[in-house]
Design a protein around this ligand. Sequence first.
Ligand code: NAP
Length: 261
Amino acid sequence: MNLKDKVAMVCAASRGIGFGIAKSMLQQGAKVIICSRHENDINKAVNSLKEETGGEVHGIVTDLTKSEQIEQLQEKCLAIFPQIHILVYNNGGPKVGEYDSLSPTDWVDLFENHFINYVKLISKFITHFQENNYGRIVNITSITAKEPHRSLVLSNVLRSCIHAYSKSIIENIAQDNITINNLLPGIINTDRVRAIHQVMADKEEISTSKVAERFKNLIPSKNLGTIEDVGDMCAFLTSENARYITGQSILIDGGLYKGLY
Ligand SMILES: NC(=O)c1ccc[n+]([C@@H]2O[C@H](COP(=O)([O-])OP(=O)(O)OC[C@H]3O[C@@H](n4cnc5c(N)ncnc54)[C@H](OP(=O)(O)O)[C@@H]3O)[C@@H](O)[C@H]2O)c1
């Protein structure tokens, strides 16, 4: 796989899975733009990506749940590079909670600020990709789109909407040399997961390493995924080698998902 001469926009990438994806793409020769909400964090991430890979990387401060900032994101990318070839849609994830803790306002927020902004962003990049007859899109979603978790109701629904939307548009874009796929992480060792371990450890008054051990034991491979595991798969899916893969939802979970399909 080779991403030389390609330019990628990786969303929500100052840390965690997005950061791992940006790193893998830079290692494969792509030029990369990353975004997230906090200027200090994005600057820090740009510097460490440059140091770790020696590649060309730029940062843009953007909140992906804000419509006006979504509108401007592509223009800001095109002010840095004349052509973008790859869009990786990643985001922080909606509010956590079981069904009876959610209000109608939470549902409106989910669709207005997460889903509709996702559609707006994708549409803008697709128009640009169609003008250039080339594009690769990967959405980072979650194993919970296939195996919903009771405390992640909003997330379960959002991820399923993104899968349905992606599958619905492939016939409109495939002839323009554009692919769109979903990557579904299982349990990946990031700040977010470590914070969940901490909350559970505090609640049960046990050590975080005990909680982490419990999570590892759920996974057939007996280890948590790394950001590089997700990054390398994403780099492959956005390479020219993956030209014939589109409309797919691919788990990256060490065997955690128990279903057949
Ligand atoms: N880690 C896992 O095991 C796992 C498993 C399945 C699915 N996922 C999903 O994968 C995604 C990334 O997870 P992660 O573990 O990498 O999380 P993380 O370590 O908390 O990193 C989240 C990244 O997203 C950015 N971000 C958050 N909200 C944003 C917003 N509104 N606009 C722009 N950037 C935003 C954060 O930067 P700022 O806060 O500075 O904006 C940060 O760079 C989440 O949607 C998560 O639900 C993760």
